[in-house]
Structure formats: C-alpha cells, structure tokens
Ligand binder design. Structure first.
Ligand code: NAD
Length: 402
C-alpha cells in the first residue's frame, strides 16, 4: 500500500478487471473514497481500455494475468463475466492482491471454496459484491429486525419485476451454464437481501423457475420459498419479462434511487425487435455498457431517493417494515411511523468502505467469501429444486455478523 496522510489511512491502490456494466458502475465509489486510488484496469477489448487510460492515466492490460503482476496494485475489483470469476480471482489472490469479486462469485461451490481457501492461504481479503444488501434501506431493515424491537421476525419477502431479460445481452448472459439467467444474476441479490435481514441461516429451498421465451433460453423468472433454520419463512419472486414493473409499487423509484421511466411501457422488448441476431445484440450491449459507451454510468450525484431492489417486506411479531420513498415505514400495532434515510452513501460506496476497512483496519467483511458462497448455495439449490421439483436442504450457510 502507498503512504497516506497518516498511519491509519494508507492509500489502497485498486484496479478494475472488466470495464463493462458492473466495472463502470463502481467508478464513482472508488473516486469518492478518500484513501482509494485507481491505478490500473484490464479488459480484452482495446476500445474501452484506451478510453479509460485517456481519462484516468492508469496502467492498462489486455489480460487479467498481466494486471495481477503489477506492483502498483494492492486490490482488484473483478467485474468480468461470471464464468471467468474463478480463474481471474485465483490469479489475483495468488499474486497477493485483495479481491472484490462480483456476484455470483462462482458457478460451483467447489470453485467458491477454492477462492476462499486461496485468500486465506495468501493472507488477503476476499469481499463479494456489489450486492444490494450493502444498501442503506436493507441495512436499516436488518438493524431493526435484529434489534428485536418489533419482536421476532415472522416472514420476509423480496419481489421484483423488471425488464432484465430484454435489455441487450451477450450470449453468456442468456446461458445458465455460464452464469446467465435471472436466478444466478438477480437471485444472488434477492437471496443476499433475505439472508442479511433474516440472519443468514437458510435451512432449505423449494423453487420453480420459468423459461418463457424460447429465443432466450435461460431462467427469466423464479418463485422461491426459503425457510430459515428457526422456521421463519421467506419468498423471493422475480420476473424479468418486461411487463409489470415493481417500481409501480415502490413510489416510482428504481434500483439506483432514480425515478423509473414507467411511461415507456415495453421499451426493452420493443428495442430488441429492431435488432437482427445475437451478434447485433451483443455489439449493442458492448457499445452501450462498456467504459465510454452511451450507457456506462458514471454519475456521482446523490440519487434523489434511496435505492429500491424491488419490494422488500419484513413482518415481525409486532410490526411490518417496508421501504417508503425516502426511508422506511414501520407499521406498528397502534400507529405507523417513517424513518428517513440519507442517500449520501450508495451500496457501492459501502463495498469500497468494506474492502478498505477489511484490508487496513482488519475488520472482517460482512460480505466475505463464505457469505458469497452461502448465497451461491441458495442459487444452485433454486435451480436444483426446480429441476427435481423437490425441497433442497442447505449445508454451507453462515450467520450474519456485525
Ligand atoms: N452488482 C451488480 O449490481 C452487477 C451489475 C451488473 C453486473 N454484475 C456482475 O458483474 C459481472 C460482469 O457483468 P457485466 O454485466 O458488467 O458484463 P459486461 O459484459 O457488461 O462487462 C464485462 C467486461 O469484461 C470484459 N471481459 C470479458 N472477458 C474478459 C477477459 N477474459 N479478461 C478481461 N476482460 C474481459 C468484457 O470485454 C467487458 O468489458 C457479472 O458477474 C455480473 O453478474 C453485477
């Protein structure tokens, strides 16, 4: 690490591997952290990489293996496609780099375990994120539930309806074997939220998944019943088929805390009809999502509202909790009250903070490799349950810690 302003504040030098949708979204948080410095990036594609170098004057690499050799990098945020996570994370960890790994962390529990053990062996941190339980509304719900002020948690739901399936995708995103489909890509957020609020220990899962569009043959929907060790039930429902959007139930507020454009009904599906073939679609995704593209998001202004990852509803013995437009609403026995929440820290700001605190202050990350593995176990159990039409029992769950 480079020297900072004091002993407690060394500079952590971060690199980004994969300058696509996720890689670009992390940038504002990296710039915002006072002791984090962006020093390098890697991508197989030259165009976003060169654009990135022009903007930030950092080292650039076409291969993640070469990035991992850089002596100007302490930590790497791995935002390459899911099926490459294990290969890329192992390279980084074995070079003694701390890693923030995008979700889902891997496609098998064995791969997840290999990464966890490698991080332990090399004495480096492994954080899995961004996922939506880093966000303030979910953290605030968890605090209220875990405080016990409303009595025991009795049930928990996260329901989310979006246009995920019809936004421009590359082939891997529509192939379950490569980590595509909503169960791997979006379920990993839902199960993370549910586990974080509910304490982490899911006992079993029963689920059905839906593949409703033969042109896009991967899970586009799921209905999941989860049961915690103490018997608390939870449900996770997702549809990515661009019809009803949950923002209609969440005050019009979307995933980044922005107002969703609900007037443009069916826009994602209609946009795809104008494209001819998989390659045209993948090129459009590259042109829009990669660094420098039309959709690569780098806005750093605070969002007008806290983010909504669909509708999350927690019911305790003496009250229900859900998000309001600007915080939480608690529905108690005799009255309901609002708790405002600030929008000055995004979920990605919290990821960067968690990494920094883990590396510099040795604070064990809440979203550790084992936490990410437990989320992955739920994803895999959902797919298995749907295929076998059976309840699946879990054995790699861990409890939350503060
Ligand atoms: N946390 C979130 O909210 C969030 C949002 C989007 C994506 N993701 C996750 O991030 C990961 C990437 O998804 P995405 O949507 O950003 O994908 P993407 O296709 O937009 O970006 C991936 C980038 O990686 C690059 N790449 C591909 N192979 C590479 C290689 N071998 N070496 C170096 N670079 C390579 C691509 O050129 C591309 O720029 C996935 O695991 C996904 O689940 C998370």
């Amino acid at each position: 690490m480079a020297e900072g302003t004091g002993q407690d504040t060394p500079i952590l030098r971060l690199a980004i591997a994969g300058l696509g949708t996720a890689g670009c979204m992390m940038l504002p948080a990296v710039h915002k952290h006072p002791h984090m410095q962006l020093t390098a990036a890697a991508d197989v594609d030259a165009e976003p990489l060169e654009h990135f170098q022009r903007d930030f004057q950092v080292e650039i690499y076409r291969r993640v293996a070469d990035l991992c050799q850089s002596s100007n990098v302490d930590a790497i945020y791995i935002a390459t496609p899911t099926h490459l996570h294990t290969e890329h994370a192992l390279m980084a960890l074995e070079q003694g780099k701390h890693v923030v790994l995008e979700k889902p962390m891997a496609l098998t529990l064995d791969d997840a375990e290999r990464m966890i053990q490698t991080a332990e062996r090399y004495g480096v941190q492994l954080v899995v994120g961004h996922s939506h339980s880093f966000e303030r509304p979910i953290r605030a719900m968890r605090e209220i539930v875990q405080s016990g002020e409303l009595g025991r948690l009795r049930m928990l739901h996260n329901w989310y309806f979006t246009d995920w399936m019809y936004r421009p995708r590359n082939i891997g995103e529509l192939n379950t074997a490569l980590g595509g489909g909503v169960t791997f890509r979006q379920g990993s957020h839902q199960f993370d939220i549910i586990r974080m609020i509910g304490g982490g220990l899911v006992r079993s899962v029963r689920a059905m998944t839906g593949v409703w569009d033969a042109q896009r043959p991967t899970e586009g929907s799921h209905v999941v019943y989860l049961e915690f060790e103490d018997g608390t039930p939870a449900t996770a429902v997702y549809s990515g088929y661009d019809r009803f959007h949950t923002a209609e139930l969440t005050f019009g507020v979307g995933e980044q805390g922005q107002l969703a454009n609900l007037a443009a009904y069916g826009r994602a599906r209609q946009g795809l009809r104008a494209l001819e073939g998989d390659e045209a679609e993948a090129s459009l995704k590259r042109a829009s999502a990669q660094y420098g593209g039309t959709r690569s998001r780098q806005a750093s202004d605070p969002a007008p509202h806290p983010p909504f990852y669909g509708l999350t509803l927690a019911s305790c013995e003496r009250g229900d909790i859900r998000q309001s437009a600007d915080g939480l609403t608690i529905y108690g026995e005799d009255d309901k009250r609002d708790i405002p929440l600030a929008t000055d820290e995004t979920g990605r700001d919290a990821v960067v903070r968690e990494l920094y605190d883990a590396v510099v202050h040795h604070r064990p990350p809440a979203h550790s490799g084992r936490w990410g593995k437990a989320n992955l176990e739920v994803c895999l159990a959902v797919l298995e349950s749907a295929q076998k039409r059976q309840e699946i029992f879990l054995s790699h769950q861990i409890a939350t810690h503060d």
